[in-house]
Each structure stands twice: as C-alpha cells, then as structure tokens.
Design a protein around this ligand. Structure first.
Ligand code: AMP
Length: 251
C-alpha cells in the first residue's frame, strides 16, 4: 500500500492511472469492521482502491469530541495493508485547508435537521471535505455507510447538484451480533456502557411512535438527542456516558 500525504502526489498518481476505475472510501480513522465492509466492496468492484484517513476538524462542533476521537494511525495502516488497499491518502489540516476554511459548501435544507440541528455546522464540514477529497482523488465510485444515512443523502444531493462524475454506493449498516451499530465512538464506552448500548438498536427496532421510542430510550438510561421519523426511516441520536451514538432503521 502506498501512503500519500499531499494533493500534488495524489493527483499525479491519479492521472497516471488514467481510465482505470478507482473505488474510494473516505474515513476519519479508528477503523473497524464497518469501514472494512465498505473497503472490501471498493476493492472488489474497481481496478484500484483508495482510502482516506483524515480526522476532519471542520465537522466537529464539539472540541472535546474531536480531541477524544479514538483513532490510531498505525493500527489503521495495518488494517488497510492487510485488506489489500492500494492507496492511503492521509493529509493534514494545512494540506486540506490551504484557505483555512474560508470557503465552504452549504446545503440549506435537510442539513439543518436531525444531526444538523443538534450539531451546527457539522454538514458544512462534511460536504466541504468530501468535495475536496473528490477533487483530489477523482473516484469512479465512492462508498458510504448507511449508518450515517443523513450524511449519505446529503452527499447524494451534492453529487447531483454539482454534476459530479462519481457514483455513490450506499452500504448497509454493519452491526455487532447484539445489534449495536459498529462505530469508532463505541470504544469510548466503559464495559458497563458497552453492555447497555445494544438496547439502543433493540428499542429502535421495536416499533412505536417517536414519543414512545424516546420514552423507552430514556427509561433504559439513554439521554435522547432526537428521535425522528422521516421518509420511511426512523433516525435517532442518544448520549450514553457522554458518548453520542446514532442509528437508523427503515420504517
Ligand atoms: P467515519 O470514519 O465515521 O467518517 O466513517 C467512514 C465511513 O464508514 C462512512 O461512510 C460511515 O457511514 C461508514 N461506517 C461507519 N460505521 C459503519 C457501520 N457500522 N456500518 C456501515 N458503514 C459504516
């Protein structure tokens, strides 16, 4: 696996690849089996594969959340190498934001709902960084998890609005056997929190109105951030031990 740290180097490699199809998986590191499912598809469906590991500060409204994000670059490299990834793009802030975030991409509607209502500026950061990454990597296909379903929908809208030549591939949520959606943030939970966390998905899957689900979650010891049914999907975010967990199920 080749590790690339600058825009110039990646662009040079991409132009040398010419017409070869490139499957791309953007991540923030702290890689786990959820990421791995996207990576395996990117490898199997394209001539070459690229993964980015970049903890994007502009999508964090909570500084503590950013500072405590559980990621280890050496572990990530080992996992990617073992999976058979061709290129790892691992930039720094000055590389990604030579403008110091004076320019940003904004969506004016859905990005202000759900996670966007609770995390102001979050989706501006997501859309901006993914647009930058697409311009550098020029992927044929880019793989995103349905765990972050709102993010996937907003990126899909961005691709259509700006006529981008990339095919987005939504990938199913990977869960632990107990139903808990795998997330880098699960590593921040204590043993007790980890034992309680699967109740989150169990309650979402159990049916009922938004208010009923919120009540069940609070009773089970979660602090509810939101529970919203929209477009035949139930979206929810909760806090457990100060760790923010999100999930969604079809309705
Ligand atoms: P992140 O590193 O959290 O930005 O995630 C990178 C990509 O992996 C995003 O497209 C996520 O939706 C996806 N992802 C994270 N966790 C899971 C999971 N449990 N199942 C499927 N995709 C996931």
């Amino acid at each position: 696996m080749k590790i690339i740290k600058t825009v110039e180097d990646f662009k040079k490699i991409r132009s040398e690849l010419g017409e070869k199809s490139l499957g791309f998986v953007p991540t923030m590191g702290g890689l786990h089996n959820g990421h791995l499912s996207l990576i395996k598809r990117a490898i199997s469906e394209n001539d070459v594969s690229a993964v980015s590991v970049y903890l994007n500060p502009t999508q964090f409204n909570d500084k503590k959340d950013l500072e405590t994000y559980p990621a280890n670059f050496a572990d990530d490299c080992a996992l990617l190498e073992k999976a058979g990834v061709d290129y790892l793009f691992a930039p720094t802030y000055p590389v990604m934001y030579p403008d110091d975030y004076k320019y940003m991409l904004t969506e004016k509607d859905f990005s202000h709902e759900l996670c966007g209502a609770k995390r102001p500026g979050h989706f501006d950061g997501v859309l901006t960084v993914v647009m930058k990454l697409f311009n550098i990597v020029r992927p044929t296909r880019a793989y995103f998890g349905e765990k972050d379903y709102q993010q996937y929908k907003l990126l899909d809208g961005m691709v259509k609005a700006f006529f981008l030549d990339v095919q987005l591939v939504p990938c199913p949520i990977v869960r632990e056997e107990n139903g808990l959606a795998i997330s880098s943030r699960n590593r921040k939970l204590s043993a007790e929190g980890l034992a309680k966390a699967p109740k989150f998905h169990e309650i979402l899957a159990s049916g009922g109105s938004e208010a009923e689900i919120a009540e069940k979650l609070e009773k089970a010891g979660f602090k509810v951030d939101y529970v919203t049914i929209k477009d035949k999907r139930l979206y929810a975010a909760v806090f457990l031990e100060d760790v923010r967990l999100i999930d969604n199920v079809e309705r």
